[in-house]
Design a protein around this ligand. Structure first.
Ligand code: PLP
Length: 427
């Protein structure tokens, strides 16, 4: 949800006074010589400490439930007991879920590469043999999705986000008309960066819409499936099941990982899809590995125990994260609420707050903040090719800094917003 405030009805004299106050505050900010960082959407050390016990596991030997010696080669699909734990959480039947290495981004990357080099189920040809390939990118979105596509020459087509997910009228029209559109990036729950959750209607339309490309795929990056910040644990509709019901069984590629559950660098990543897609991916993965790190999968299964164990563990993350998100909201409201100079998201989960400043101001706000020692994700990073046509979206990552540092940084950021906006309005 967005904190929208009416445009300020300040007269020129009042606006000048506001600008002068912002200038004094900014000078004071620069004098403090801060060195703060709001760029990193990663867990804090205290969050990582919550999973420290992993380093002592597995404690019960090295055998999986089915007797597999996890020290040895094999088991390309991943340990069944770990796939069981995440099956319901990721809305993928365990038999159709792959537990792989430490990064879901790697699985997304490899899925694209394999689609380029070996024909997807239902495809007429390899993507590498297509004259042109395009992906839809709901914006604001995740810069690494965009960078992955750019690296392979895949064209990025922005689609506006709404509170319910991408604007489905636009998505349906483009996907119906253009057979070269082969994919869409979706972060369906607590989206990066605006925290949006896809409505059931959005998911239903994605699953059932006609697509010109027979090999159209939804890259369903459910990175924040269990990353709740409130008592309301948001549930989204089951894309994979809806695709199957709609006669598009191969349309969904589901991704997830324990990167922000256990260790961001040493977790387990998942891929879920139709039986045909899973066979396609495993067949291709098998050319590059004889099997995943099953010892890490076993220690994760022992540590997390079951789906309730995952949710209980996420409650402990929430205890650390919630105060940080509350602090961001409180400071933004106090300093910018009712000014008409900015709106921002109030996410119920995930890792980010999206701050929208006046059109044409985001780059300058980031520049001013950098000059004052507050590092922000570059303006534009939330858009394909790094180009935010309105130059208004700034991504804030509150998870990593200590609370005191976070508060200083957000307060400093609001000074930059007031300064740049009032200067702009007086131009
Ligand atoms: N997907 C989204 C939407 C993310 O925000 C992130 C990390 O910030 C990732 C994927 C990375 O996932 P992984 O660590 O599993 O590669």
């Amino acid at each position: 949800s967005s904190a929208s405030s009416p445009s300020p009805a300040l007269n020129a004299a009042e606006l000048t006074a506001e600008r002068d106050r912002a200038r004094r505050d900014y000078e004071e900010l620069v004098r403090r010589g801060l060195s703060l960082d709001l760029t990193r959407g990663k867990p804090s050390p205290r969050q990582l400490d919550l999973a420290e016990a992993l380093l002592t596991l597995p404690s019960g030997g090295h055998r999986a439930a089915d007797g597999t010696d996890t020290r040895n080669y094999g088991g390309l699909q991943g340990l069944p007991e770990l796939r069981e734990i995440f099956s319901g959480l990721l809305q993928v039947p365990a038999a159709q879920l792959v537990a792989a290495g430490n990064s879901s981004l790697t699985l997304m990357h490899d899925s694209v590469v394999h689609a380029l080099l070996s024909r997807l189920p239902g495809a007429e040809r390899r993507w590498a043999d297509e004259p042109r390939i395009a992906f839809l990118c709901p914006v604001p979105g995740y810069d690494r999705h965009f960078a992955l596509c750019e690296r392979f020459g895949i064209e990025l087509i922005p689609v506006p986000m709404t509170a319910d997910g991408p604007d489905m009228d636009v998505v349906e029209r483009l996907v119906r008309e253009d057979a070269q559109i082969k994919g869409i990036w979706c972060v369906p729950k607590y989206s990066n960066p605006d925290g949006a959750c896809y409505s059931d209607e959005t998911v239903r339309r994605l699953a059932s819409m006609p697509a010109a490309a027979p090999d159209f795929r939804i890259f369903w990056d459910n990175a924040y499936a269990v990353h709740h910040l409130t008592d309301e644990r948001v549930e989204i509709a089951d894309l994979l099941a809806l695709c199957a019901e709609s006669g598009n069984p191969d349309r969904a590629f589901v991704f997830g990982s324990t990167s922000k559950i256990t260790f961001a660098g040493a977790g387990v990543a998942f891929f879920g899809s139709s039986p045909d897609n899973v066979a396609w991916l495993i067949g291709n993965l098998g050319k590059g590995t004889i099997g995943p790190d099953k010892i890490n999968q076993l220690r994760h299964a022992e540590f997390l125990r079951d789906a309730d164990g995952v949710l209980a563990h996420m409650e402990r993350h929430r205890e650390l994260l919630r105060p940080k998100f509350d602090a961001v909201e409180a400071i933004l409201s106090k300093e910018l609420g009712g000014t008409g100079l900015a709106t921002w998201s109030r996410p119920a989960g995930g890792y980010f707050v999206s701050l929208d400043v006046l059109e044409g101001c985001a780059r300058e706000v980031v520049r001013r903040a950098t000059e004052a020692g507050i590092a922000l994700t570059p303006a534009g990073a939330t858009h394909p090719y790094g180009k935010d046509p309105r130059d208004s979206t700034i991504r804030i990552a509150p998870s990593y800094p200590e609370p005191e540092e976070l508060e200083l940084a957000i307060a400093g950021l609001t000074v930059c917003v007031r300064l740049v906006a009032t200067e702009k309005l007086l131009e």
